[in-house]
Ligand binder design. Structure first.
Ligand code: ZN
Length: 266
């Protein structure tokens, strides 16, 4: 999935990038220099808690402290993920595939950097592979460190605000049923429909079979680019999402291999 084109907040600008994604302060980076976005560097995470640093940019926290978590975390005010700046958290909420896609799950690809030393606590077994249905941005002014899960976690101060509307909610089965489906011809003009049909034929003929899913996705997206304004008219501002739905409808598989290794939380 291409990286959304969202401006990087000032504090995060000096973080390194990997495949277009910001390598956050707590992201585990292997000895080969390759980040593993699904693994949090425990030493750094604990360092953030102890020293009051933002887990994403690594700089001192502001008065407003933000956590991201599901209903259970919010209710108990307990967060395993480090505290963050508001701007950093809002950026992550819009960019990190795990946060911005309500249907996201952690990829089950094997972790690259496990068991070498004690810096890694989080692996795929430790975390619930399914994203909670709802995720909140939790604002507060303080937190304590308490012992839990065999490590130190944050007990957040009382919230000054809890915002459930920033990150999408997973659709319940009932809501999915009620969703209004539009057909491609309702959204695209005849030339656009022809483009999709031609592409579907190419897929059927196996022309794209040998390509990486990401390439197939970009190829169709580029061809649909001239019709972006039609999509916008129908309230579909996300051409990537539209393209993805079409590819799925075409039976193009490989969503796992196309997910960047950033499907963990940023
Ligand atoms: Zn920050």
């Amino acid at each position: 999935m291409p990286v959304p084109n969202i401006p990087i907040p000032e504090q995060l600008k000096d973080r390194p990038l990997w495949r277009g994604y910001v390598v956050t302060y707590v992201t585990f980076v292997g000895r080969d220099g390759v980040p593993d976005f699904k693994v949090i560097d425990e030493k750094k995470r604990r360092g953030c808690l102890q020293r009051g640093l933002c887990g994403l940019c690594g700089k001192p926290l502001d008065k407003v402290i933000v956590f991201i978590g599901g209903p259970k975390c919010v209710e108990q005010r307990l967060f395993l993920d480090p505290p963050m700046h508001k701007d950093c958290a809002l950026y992550a909420a819009q960019v990190c595939p795990y946060l911005r896609d309500a249907e996201a799950e952690y990829s089950d690809a094997p972790a690259r950097h496990l068991g070498k030393d004690d810096t890694v606590i989080r692996d795929y077994e430790d975390i619930n592979p399914q994203r909670p249905d709802r995720l909140a941005i939790y604002y507060c002014r303080s937190y304590d460190m308490i012992e839990g899960n065999g490590t130190w976690i944050a007990k957040a101060g009382k919230p000054t605000r809890v915002d459930w509307d920033v990150m999408p909610q997973r659709q319940t089965k009932a809501a999915k049923k009620d969703m209004k489906y539009v057909t491609i011809s309702e959204v695209l003009p005849p030339e656009g429909v022809a483009v999709v049909q031609a592409f579907a034929q190419e897929v059927k003929d196996g022309q794209h079979a040998s390509r990486d899913y990401l390439d197939v996705h970009s190829a169709l997206r580029e061809r649909l680019r001239p019709f972006e304004s039609y999509l916008a008219e129908h309230g579909m501002t996300d051409i990537d999402f539209f393209t993805l739905v079409i590819l799925r409808a075409m039976g193009v598989s490989g969503t796992d291999s196309f997910l960047p290794p950033t499907s963990g939380r940023a």
